[in-house]
Design a protein around this ligand. Structure first.
Ligand code: GCO
Length: 448
């Protein structure tokens, strides 16, 4: 079967095409004194879940190689670069004293982007909470809302002449769920008693943060990014269909709906009633974000079955490996129409006027052979997913742009360096960069 061929000319001229990264996954500088410690530094040296300890390293050394990487983006003909600011580089203790060297670093990065005709799209929080704040309870402490707003204020004041496109948070479900409920991400805490306050405070910080940006920079374009997956029942039974509803409330609705003024999906997930313990008068209103756009991050579809052994949810995911479907190195099913379905689902909120796919991509076992990485599997993945996006544009959904995850191979959280998502291959022993054939494919597609 031939993969579908997306046609660039079927997208509007002003459609945004870009590439995404984040600070903790690419910058490095954990130990050279250029920034304060983050919860990820500590989590890695404690031992990543069941895996072995690794020293927080230089990842892709973007700190010193940003020009080389921005030159590659330029060479590839990509005009939009999504990256994040490391909170502990701006405020090494999370609050209080500002690190001028950190501000200067990002000013150089944004300047260099602009000098190359590349628009920076900047995420304010991509999971690297300053460690000192975690010692005071991290996101479970309601003071985190104010800590975050103080940090946002410093960033907007420092960069508003260079940056107009802001994402307040990256995937709040993942950093609260994986970090405070199941403990496989930093800070490695577990249980409802950590998760619920963390999620409520993160969403309050998102709402307040968005309004703060608006007040400091009225012309800003403001959004946040949300992980999401198309969900289908494993068996065509009422039980599995009901399980899909509960899973949808958790994976796709929980974080966006309070931000849109729809409240928490308590009807489907009664355990969320316990959020009342963290609620204060006025919170429901404060959760509402001032967004110009919503960032949708989609990689896969999940298949769901009812399970009475899973507390609170009564549902579980059936892994792709058990379903005889194609999947990536992460074990995520390759299912291009998932991106169409999620654009459709997020477009169905009348409050959402504009969507950007802020992440989509795939990890495969890439081989560098004679100076080349011939990643045909990744090219086929992009062809499939971008074709589905084309269909979404054709069908009139308000999707206005697309960012590949990721520019370079990088530090993939609990999987460390085992997973490669880049358009650019990195040899982590030498930091040498090699553009993969998927990178050249993206360039040729953009040139069409
Ligand atoms: C995430 C992040 C990225 C990941 C990517 C692949 O959402 O998890 O935004 O940091 O690296 O999604 O897992």
């Amino acid at each position: 079967m031939h993969p579908e061929q997306p046609d660039r000319s079927k997208f509007p001229n002003d459609f945004i095409w870009g590439v995404s990264t984040s600070a903790p996954q690419t910058e490095g500088g954990a130990t050279d004194g250029s920034r304060g410690a983050s919860i990820w530094d500590e989590f890695q040296s404690r031992g990543l879940f069941f895996r072995k300890k690794i020293e927080p390293g230089i990842t892709c050394d973007f700190l010193h190689r940003y020009k080389e990487d921005i030159d590659i983006i330029h060479q590839l003909g990509i005009r939009n670069f999504r990256l994040s600011i490391a909170w502990p580089r701006i405020l090494p203790d999370g609050k209080g004293k500002v690190n001028q060297a950190g501000i200067d670093f990002y000013r150089r990065v944004f300047d260099y982007c602009l000098s190359k005709g590349i628009t920076p799209w900047v995420t304010l929080y991509h999971w690297d909470l300053p460690l000192t704040l975690e010692k005071e309870g991290g996101w479970t402490n309601r003071a985190s809302v104010e800590w975050f707003c103080d940090y946002v204020r410093v960033c907007i004041d420092s960069f508003k002449d260079q940056v107009r496109h802001w994402m307040v948070m990256n995937e709040p479900l993942v950093f609260t769920g994986a970090g405070y409920f199941i403990g496989v991400h930093a800070p490695g805490r577990r249980g409802m008693n950590h998760f619920l306050p963390a999620l409520h405070h993160a969403l309050l910080a998102q709402g307040k943060g968005s309004r703060l940006i608006r007040s400091l920079q009225p012309e800003a374009m403001i959004g946040s990014t949300f992980s999401c997956s198309q969900l289908t029942p494993y068996n065509d039974t009422d039980n599995d269909k009901a399980a899909v509803q509960r899973m949808d409330a958790l994976l796709n609705r929980l974080m966006i709906e309070p931000a849109l003024g729809l409240g928490y999906p308590i009807a489907e997930l009664p355990v969320l009633k316990r959020l009342e313990n963290s609620m204060q008068p006025g919170d429901e209103k404060d959760l509402i974000a001032d967004f110009d756009f919503v960032g949708v991050q989609n990689y896969t579809r999940e298949v769901v079955t009812a399970s009475r052994w899973v507390p609170y949810l009564g549902a579980k995911l059936v892994p792709a490996k058990k379903r005889a479907v194609p999947y990536t190195e992460m074990g995520w099913e390759i299912h291009p129409s998932s991106i169409y379905e999620m654009i459709k689902q997020f477009s169905s909120y009348p409050q959402v006027k504009k969507l950007f796919v802020t992440e989509n991509g795939a990890s495969f076992r890439d081989q560098l052979v004679n100076g080349q990485v011939d990643d045909q599997n990744r090219i086929a993945y992009f062809k499939g997913y971008i074709s589905q996006m084309q269909k979404a544009v054709h069908d009139g959904f308000p999707v206005k742009g697309y960012f590949v995850w990721s520019l370079t191979d990088n530090f993939e959280w609990a999987e460390a360096y085992k997973q490669r998502f880049g358009l650019v291959y990195i040899d982590f022993s030498t930091q040498a960069r090699t553009i993969k054939n998927s990178g050249y494919w993206y360039t040729n597609f953009l040139k069409q």
